[in-house]
Write a protein that binds this ligand. Structure first.
Ligand code: B12
Ligand code: SF4
Length: 472
């Protein structure tokens, strides 16, 4: 039996979240929960090494490989981790020259050729979702088959970078069955929610659907595209039952981009949770415009404790430039409803998109003061390859750093007429005004129900104070 080892490269919380590291999340590597399950079914011995969650060094990873001696290594990479993935690949190549290394994930899916031209060490990469293409690639590599028949494969041939067309057929998620939870060493204890998403433990996050029909200009949707599809209610229930029965999971965060968009499946999920009456709570993401009294009532009854919304800005002009298709007044109205049903609301904001000015920032600062949210997360605009704004933003400002700094917490883009100091100062003002509001502090204190929550929220607050005290 051939062995494939999947690696989530080592990337410390500080590298991902900067001063807010203590408040950051260590979530499951979802790519490998899916690919692990699929490759096992194809007859491979599958191992998953989450070097990030295990806080390993590159040296530790090499030792692990030495013990497992896999035939193939699959590494996942986002934009911030592509540099680390390249250096890790070079070290693996040096020490284990026979093993075949395959790269996948959002970064390579957005800019495969550019990445291959920059990092000569990469030999094989799969663009887009890989449940269909990875088995095809391994078969071709084993049998010396034709690589140009593998959909979405990027590889080198005769000194050139070749990119095969990506399959037009999406992976049928309804065939997935149980995800590879059992292959995640240390699950669920090794994983935890960010301070702003923290409730009961043991906790996990899960992704049950893919694709988003909206087209926000800052968002990279290179992997899953625009058509929404789900693993279906039977698979959702099977995975939840497994998590609750075998791991004692008490809270789940549905990380789906658009859980509420497939209305029938979402209703079936809520109905099931209402019927089962588990000692179990959950949270999810949603767009503001998907919320109404009917689904809020159903969600509350089904155990939903928090919804995270992409609100992005308090300026109507900026929201328009992002193609967000929401307006500030609508945000206030919908958040009022969320509060009415006793569900907590978390809001994401982006500061410093191409048309941002001191006036639009002032609108966001004022908006964040009065908005009925329990928690916020503010990011600096980051021109992720694959997003519409990344193609255009150079005309309206300057990109000042390369991929490994693309965390959301570094100022990597400066719009015309704004300085780094403008953005950093506004970021801190928004955070200070919001988190030091008496109602926000009271809501955090009310969340402390166990030593674990005390510790997690305390660490988050410490990170917040460090951020306010930091120079950048
Ligand atoms: C959940 C999530 C998180 C979670 C968990 C991430 C994790 N460990 O899985 C947390 C909160 C920790 C997180 C952190 C970050 N995230 Co995030 N996250 C997401 C989200 C919402 C879902 C990702 C996911 O798991 N999808 C489901 C799985 C199945 O998809 P997938 O990973 O893409 O895998 C498929 C393919 O890409 C491919 N594939 C992936 N890996 C591999 C490896 C091999 C070998 C092969 C063959 C194929 C392959 O096959 C998979 C199955 O089809 C996405 C948005 C989205 N809809 O995808 C953003 C997203 C991936 N995150 C993003 C970013 C920017 C970040 C952070 C930098 C933010 C931060 N400062 O913390 C970090 C970086 C973390 C890291 N280690 O690199 C960006 C990435 C953009 C980019 N070009 O890099 C995305 C796309 C959001 C966006 N649109 O801006 N994230
Ligand atoms: S930000 Fe959310 S709603 Fe907008 S395109 Fe991306 S996933 Fe879809």
């Amino acid at each position: 039996m051939e062995t494939i080892l999947f690696i989530n490269p080592p990337l410390a919380l500080a590298e991902r979240y900067g001063s807010l590291a203590a408040a950051g999340a260590e979530n499951c590597p979802h790519a490998f929960l899916y690919l692990g399950a699929v490759m096992k079914r194809h007859g491979y011995d599958v191992r998953i090494l989450d070097a990030s969650a295990r806080m390993m060094t590159v040296g530790d990873v090499l030792e692990y490989i030495d013990n497992v001696r896999p035939d193939y290594i699959g590494i996942t990479a986002s934009t911030i981790s592509i540099d680390r993935t390249a250096s890790l690949s070079a070290m693996i190549r040096g020490r284990f020259p026979k093993v075949k290394i395959i790269i996948g994930g959002p970064h390579i899916s957005a800019v495969p050729a550019e990445t291959f031209n920059l990092y000569e060490v990469f030999e094989y990469a799969l663009v887009g979702e890989a449940e269909g293409s990875l088995p095809a690639l391994l078969k071709a590599l084993k049998n010396g088959g034709c690589l140009d028949a593998v959909p979405g494969l990027c590889y080198r041939s005769g000194g050139n970078v070749v990119l095969n067309p990506v399959s037009k057929d999406y992976f049928d998620m309804t065939g997935i069955g149980l995800l590879a939870w059992d292959m995640l060493e240390g699950f669920p204890d090794r994983y935890s929610a960010a301070s702003t998403y923290f409730s009961k433990t043991p906790y996990t996050d899960i992704i049950t659907s893919r694709g988003c029909p909206f087209r926000c200009a800052f968002c990279d949707r290179s992997v899953f595209g625009n058509r929404v599809r789900s693993m279906g209610i039977d698979n959702i229930i099977r995975n939840l039952e497994h998590l609750i029965r075998n791991y004692g999971i008490k809270s789940v965060y549905f990380q789906d981009d658009t859980l509420l968009v497939l209305k029938d499946t979402f209703k079936e999920l809520c109905d099931y949770l209402i019927r089962r009456k588990y000692d179990f709570v959950w949270s999810c993401n949603s767009r503001i415009d998907q919320i109404n009294e009917v689904n809020l009532e159903m969600m509350k009854k089904a155990g939903c404790w928090q919804i995270s919304f992409g609100i992005e800005s308090g300026s109507e002009r900026i929201l328009q430039s992002m193609n967000k298709k929401i307006v500030p007044a609508q945000v206030i109205e919908k958040l009022g409803l969320v509060r009415k049903y006793g569900i907590k609301a978390n809001g994401y904001f982006i500061l410093g998109t191409p048309f941002e000015t001191t006036e639009t920032i002032a609108e966001t600062v004022a908006f964040c003061r009065r908005i009925p949210l329990n928690t916020i997360r503010v990011s600096y605009f980051t021109p992720f390859p694959g997003s519409e704004m990344s193609d255009e933003c150079g005309r309206y400002g300057s990109i000042r750093a390369h991929w490994s700094k693309f965390t959301f917490y570094n100022v990597v883009y400066l719009p015309e007429n704004l300085t780094e100091d403008d953005l950093v100062t506004s970021y801190k003002t928004i955070m200070r005004n919001f988190y030091l509001r008496p109602e926000t502090l009271i809501s955090f204190v009310a969340m402390i129900k166990s030593p674990k929550t005390f510790f997690k929220i305390g660490k988050g607050f410490y990170g917040f104070l460090k951020l306010l005290a930091s120079k950048s």
